[in-house]
Structures are given as C-alpha cells and as structure tokens.
Write a protein that binds this ligand. Structure first.
Ligand SMILES: [Zn+2]
Length: 297
C-alpha cells in the first residue's frame, strides 16, 4: 500500500509503502514518472499493489522493479471528508511505525479501514476504530484499569474519571491531586474506548486461512483492561452499526465492522478529542491531517 510518493528525479519516485510481510519500507521506483513505466500507473497514494522488490544491502534504497495495481483508493471520488480520512490514515502510518517493523494485523486493519472509507462506511467511527486498534497492535494503548501513576486498580464512578495524557491512562483518586493537566473523561466515553481497544473477535474458522486464527488470538492484548463485568456492561450498552455492503475479500481479514460504534454525538466528540490529544502527546506534535478532520464526527 502506497503511503507516500516523493519525486526523486525527472523520471523516478521514492515510494514509501506499507507491506504485509516487511512492514513499512521505502524504495526507489525508477522510471515511475514516465508515461510508459513498468508500474502502469499503479503508484498512487493509498493504492494497494502487488510488488516486486529488490533488496539492497546497507543503507541503499531498495529497488521497486514491478507493481501491479490491485485496488485504487477512490475516496476522492466520493467526498472531501473521505479523501482527508484516507490521507490521515497514510500520515498516521508514517508517524506511528518504523521501517522494517512488520505488523501483519496492522496491515489488515489498514485494508479494512480504507475499505470503509473508500466505500460507504461511517468515516468518524472508522477512524476511531483505526486509531484505537493501531494503538493496541503497536502496544501504545492507554491504560484504563490501573492507575498510570501508582498502579492500583481504578474503580470507575458513574461520573468522570481523571485521565493523564502524559501518564497514558486513568489516574486513581489518591494520585489525582499530584497530577497536573488531567482530563476528566465520562464513563460512557471510557466504556466505548474499552471496546475500541480490545482485539476484535476472530473470524469464523472456516473463513480464515490456516494460521490467521492463531495470529489474531495470540496478538498482544495491550494494557490490562477494566474488570470483566464492567467491560461486559460497556459492550452491552453500545450498539454496533448494522454491517454495510459486503466487503471485498481483502477487507474481511480484519473484522472492523465489530468496532464501528454508533456513539451519541457528544460521546463521539469527546472520544475523538481524547484520542487526538493522546496522539499529540505520544507523537510530540499534532498529526497534520487532524485539523482537516475536526468537523467529521
Ligand atoms: Zn494512583
């Protein structure tokens, strides 16, 4: 999947790609800017391609020798919001992961996310699911069960729970006075966040290729979560959206539909703001595309 294209010479691009097997890589696509190129116009932002790569030793850029288009990103034909949402996903993948650090689940999540954005999926709910699941897969998810300062279990009240952006999660009553700049997060938003940070249910075994079930179920679970009865309560309160049109085969590998929560607007806004600020703290700056999506809820 193409995450970025940078002009390298009159005829070539340096391409940043997210690949299933190698993670994020950069490669030189010689001649890609020519009208008649071996890449047949497949190298567009967010295009999904099958590629042939020649690995170069040391610091030299790998060489992309062939690329066949499998799916083009069509968000731009639908709406500006869907276009920006696609750009946001590409930006986050550039910011969140390092080169040569493969995460197959993240690749599948990205395909499923673009399938929703590109089609008729709910943009804001899809981006929330993408953000939370990429945090989970990369092990950066916030702690919602234990105090990020002292580690004791935090019992949530019906009211608001203090959340430390710098600490990366909730804060207990005792530690609260010693923490600066806390956000107060509603119980409903925390409940939704809990659902969004969980591994989605595995696909039915008959639909899964051998090995996938295992890789899904053995994936890191992220930080410990709130006690089970609370979590079940939160799940029961939230309605997932009815599944949309049947997704293409590429998209079924990550069951993102289970995570497209139909939240009340106030809660969706609260959660979006919390996640935005969480990313700003994690990355040390705001992703550029965050601003362009501020009205999408
Ligand atoms: Zn504490």
């Amino acid at each position: 999947m193409v995450l970025r294209l940078v002009e390298f010479s009159e005829t070539s691009f340096v391409v940043t790609l997210l690949t299933r097997d190698l993670g994020r890589i950069s490669a030189l696509a010689k001649g890609a800017r020519r009208l008649k190129s071996p890449f047949e116009g497949s190298l567009d932002l967010l295009s999904v391609c099958r590629i042939v790569l020649i690995s170069k030793p040391g610091d030299s850029l790998d060489l992309l020798t062939e690329s066949k288009l499998r799916r083009r990103f069509r968000g731009a034909e639908r709406s500006l919001d869907r276009t920006y949402a696609g750009y946001y996903v590409a930006e986050m993948l550039r910011l969140l992961i390092d080169d040569d650090d493969p995460h197959e689940q993240l690749f599948e999540l990205t395909l499923a996310t673009l399938g929703q954005i590109d089609g008729h999926g709910p943009v804001a709910a899809t981006l929330l699911a993408f953000d939370c699941q990429s945090l989970r897969i990369l092990g950066h998810g916030p702690s919602l069960a234990a105090c990020t300062h002292c580690g004791v279990a935090v019992t949530r009240s019906r009211g608001r729970t203090p959340f430390s952006l710098e600490g990366g999660g909730v804060v207990c009553r005792d530690c609260r006075p010693r923490q600066a700049s806390l956000l107060m997060v509603s119980a409903e938003a925390l409940g939704a966040l809990d659902v969004l940070l969980k591994s989605p249910p595995a696909r039915p075994s008959e639909a899964a290729p051998p090995g996938l079930q295992q890789s899904v179920s053995s994936a890191p679970q992220g930080p410990p979560s709130q006690p089970l009865e609370h979590a079940v309560g939160a799940v029961a309160e939230l309605q997932t959206r009815p599944s949309g049109p049947t997704p293409a085969p590429d998209e079924t590998l990550f069951p993102i539909q289970h995570l497209l929560l139909d939240l009340r607007p106030a809660i969706a806004t609260e959660l979006r703001s919390l996640i935005n600020r969480y990313f700003q703290c994690l990355l040390g700056r705001a992703p550029r595309m965050q601003n362009h999506l501020s009205h999408v809820t």
